[in-house]
Ligand binder design. Structure first.
Ligand SMILES: Nc1ncnc2c1ncn2[C@@H]1O[C@H](COP(=O)(O)OP(=O)(O)O)[C@@H](O)[C@H]1O
Ligand SMILES: CSC[C@H]1O[C@H](OP(=O)(O)O)[C@H](O)[C@@H]1O
Length: 394
């Protein structure tokens, strides 16, 4: 990977993105290049550069503010370095499940990576009725390998603490602390929901039991440095086809609780379980179940074969770790369901439902399911129980 440092930050244009690609010698000098800005996320520029021979690359650049809000919301450029380093670190364990990184530049806040345009963002595909047979198996493996190998169960304590330090990501964590764990549970300016939902939302704001349990989950997010988590593992951060899965966009990566990524992914599948017609829901229930069972079995295998923890063979310890991760995941999934329904950043799975009655009905379900999962997470002990709870309210 070439490392070329530029002296000064400035936002790229399609023209300067092409110049950068030439400068980095990612294409032969004689290649004719075209560029297109294709970013549809909340935060960054994404340029696709294409040569006349068909070769393509992606140049992703952080802006010094959150694109979705504008310059009034300044945001660290360091997130680009976090993202590139997380792709590289996770790629050590699951190279087939992340894009290749060709180049990073911390001054320009740029990551140049493999183009995945032959795949589809899984949220879009799922909304269009795709089932992606490999999705849960691949994400279950991604979760098991990235989380186990970056944890104290696998790493020397010095190495682990070095990683905790290098993935210190306070500004992006603060976004999650606010948008996932706080604002939706209070009458905050960032919230965004239909007037019809007002009574249900006000009931959440007055629900002390819910707020107490959410406070405990937020505390875990704030304080537990268990593993290097992706930090924003929703279906919009996953490219998929029937045969391939690739996880992108880990700019929210930091050392956090093992259950966080698992919960966010399960919640984003749950939007589909709720919005799909009756006959198409089962494939999503199966994905939810398979995500956990694949994670559990791969994590357990890694524990047996690679753990360096003195207590690894103490009967009951692995079971304790898995039970805690599951319970956390259920609670984090509940927070994600609620925040994507009434908070600042929504999901198309819900918002694209054009029929008002159906959309509101679906949103009531995601709010009620989220509340239930947060409050009842300690009594939901298996993935089958979780799915039964979901089916009962769906
Ligand atoms: N490696 C890639 N290959 C092809 N398209 C990509 C790639 N990375 C991002 N994109 C496109 O850019 C969009 C936004 O990327 P993302 O990393 O999610 O940005 P943000 O951080 O702003 O959310 C994706 O939904 C996808 O369409
Ligand atoms: C102002 S950031 C809101 C929201 O956006 C991020 O998602 P993405 O970058 O994938 O679009 C993240 O989920 C943040 O909570």
């Amino acid at each position: 990977m070439a490392i070329v440092q530029t002296k000064e930050y400035s936002p790229l244009t399609e023209q300067t993105a092409i110049e950068l690609a030439y400068q980095l010698e990612l294409f032969p000098k004689e290649a004719e290049l075209t560029a297109e800005e294709i970013g549809d996320g909340n935060l960054n520029y994404v340029f696709r550069i294409q040569a006349n021979n068909g070769k393509k690359i992606i140049v992703k650049q952080a802006l010094p503010y959150a694109k979705v809000v504008g310059e009034s919301w300044p945001l660290t450029l360091h997130r680009a370095t976090i993202e590139a380093n997380a792709l590289i670190k996770h790629g050590e364990f699951v190279p087939h499940l992340v894009p290749k990184v060709y180049h990073t530049d911390s001054v320009l806040a740029v990551t140049v990576m493999e183009d995945l345009s032959h795949l589809t963002i899984s949220r879009e595909g799922l909304i269009n009725g795709e089932s992606y047979p490999r999705l849960s198996e691949d994400i279950g493996q991604y979760l098991a390998h990235t989380l186990f190998h970056t944890s104290d169960y696998a790493l020397h304590p010095f190495e682990k603490k070095k990683l905790v330090h290098s993935f210190h990501n306070p500004e992006l964590c603060k976004i999650t602390e606010d948008l996932v764990f706080t604002d939706p549970f209070f009458n905050s300016d960032t919230n965004d929901f239909e007037d019809t939902l007002q009574p249900l939302v006000e009931a959440l704001w007055e629900d002390n039991e819910l707020k107490l349990e959410t406070a405990k989950l937020k505390k875990s997010f704030l304080t537990e440095t268990e593993a290097l988590v992706h930090g924003d593992l929703h279906t919009g951060s996953i490219f998929a086809s029937d045969t391939t899965t690739k996880v992108i966009d880990p700019e929210f990566a930091y050392y956090g609780p093992i259950g966080f990524d698992i919960g966010q992914f399960i919640a984003n599948l749950t939007f589909q379980a709720i919005v799909r017609e009756e006959g198409n829901k089962q494939v999503i229930y199966d994905h939810i179940q398979n995500t956990w069972t694949t994670f559990e079995s791969h994590f357990s295998d890694l524990w047996q074969t690679h753990s360096i923890d003195s207590y690894a063979n103490v009967e009951g310890y692995l079971k304790f770790v898995l039970e805690k991760s599951f319970q956390d995941a259920v609670g984090f999934a509940g927070c994600e369901l609620i925040r994507r329904t009434i908070g600042l950043a929504h999901v198309k799975d819900l918002d694209l439902i054009s029929n008002d009655e159906k959309r509101i009905e679906a949103k009531k379900k995601t709010i009620q399911t989220g509340r239930k999962w947060i409050i009842e997470r300690s009594s939901i002990q298996t993935i089958d129980q979780l799915i039964n709870v979901l089916i009962e309210s769906n």
